[in-house]
Design a protein around this ligand. Structure first.
Ligand code: GLN
Length: 305
């Protein structure tokens, strides 16, 4: 297995040259475009790692999965879906062109920026408690108490986050989000700056694949929560390339602009990938090549016959 992972990394390394590291959050541009880290955790909990698997990176949009779990725990699914949709979109993750249309009452889904900001606003607690709960959930799921956040990336995003700020204020104006907009944004910027390595990401994937066991969810049973998460990840996890990805890879996955991919592999397995060079959708370029190859070689697609 370890040999296979090494081989797949090498076969896809050229892709790092074809993409671009995100620089709209200035601190992210410091990443090394050629880094590739990969982790696959199997049913028996064997951890297979390759490349720079020790590198830590901020999870960015992958944090939207954690906050969605908390918002559902706190409010139940119906209340969350009053404020955010479940549909995929062909617009980029940071678009809000449609949000100001009179017939649009909520963001398309919880995994684009506007939807994720709404989701963060639904987590109970003041700003401090909210972020504490997000970090605690990350520690619980990954079984890693060392998880923290990257202050440089947080400050960098907070200083340059005008687009997120604009959509949050628009949603406040439309009554989609309640409460202190700056406080909600602050929590959102912090959650995006949570740091992990590929093993932690693979653990999140395995946790969701295995049915979110051990999570105390008062408002929904864990099986329903798992079905919901897998469905949303498949439909929306790769932004405006989610449908093509579903067909070509068939693994419910969430990406982030720092170059992370968290894959929920069927039958209690998980994948974590890091490679910061991105395609035009904001998804890891080599990461896509690697997960596609893994899916084919190991028959991981949920659509396999
Ligand atoms: N922090 C990033 C942002 O708000 C997250 C986006 C992403 O990972 N696609 O723009």
């Amino acid at each position: 297995m370890d040999q296979l992972l090494n081989k797949i990394i090498e076969e896809n390394r050229y892709l790092t040259e074809l993409g671009k590291v995100a620089d709209y959050i200035p601190a992210l541009s410091k990443a090394n475009a050629n880094d590739i880290g990969l982790c696959f955790i199997d049913k028996e909990d064997n951890i297979h790692k390759s490349g720079c698997h020790n590198s830590k990176f901020t999870i960015q949009s992958i944090s939207k999965v954690l906050t969605l779990i908390l918002a559902i725990m706190d409010n139940g699914i119906d209340k969350v879906l009053d404020k955010v949709g479940l549909e995929g979109t062909d617009e980029p993750f940071n678009s809000f062109v449609k949000l100001d249309l009179p017939n649009i009452k909520k963001p398309a889904n919880p995994l684009i920026n506007s939807g994720a900001i709404v989701v963060t606003s639904l987590i109970k607690g003041d700003d401090f408690i909210r972020f504490q709960r997000i970090i605690d959930l990350a520690k619980f799921i990954t079984n890693n108490n060392e998880i923290g956040f990257n202050e440089d990336v947080y400050n960098s995003e907070k200083a340059t986050g005008s687009r997120n700020r604009a959509m949050a204020y628009l949603m406040s104006n439309k009554g989609i989000i309640d409460g202190d907009v700056e406080g909600i944004l602050d929590t959102y910027f912090k959650q995006c700056s949570i740091e992990m390595d590929v093993v932690d990401l693979a653990r999140i994937g395995k946790f969701i694949s295995g049915g979110c066991k051990g999570l105390q969810v008062p408002t929904i049973n864990n099986n329903e929560l798992t079905i919901l998460l897998k469905g949303i990840l498949l439909a929306c996890g790769m932004y405006d390339s989610s449908s093509r990805y579903a067909i070509e890879v068939g693994i419910p996955t969430k990406s982030g602009v720092s170059g992370g991919l968290m894959g929920v592999v069927p039958a209690n397995r998980g994948i974590g990938i890091y490679s910061p060079s991105l395609d035009t959708h904001g998804n890891s370029m080599a990461g896509l090549g690697i997960i596609k190859a893994l899916s084919r070689k190991l028959n991981l697609s949920i659509f396999n016959c």
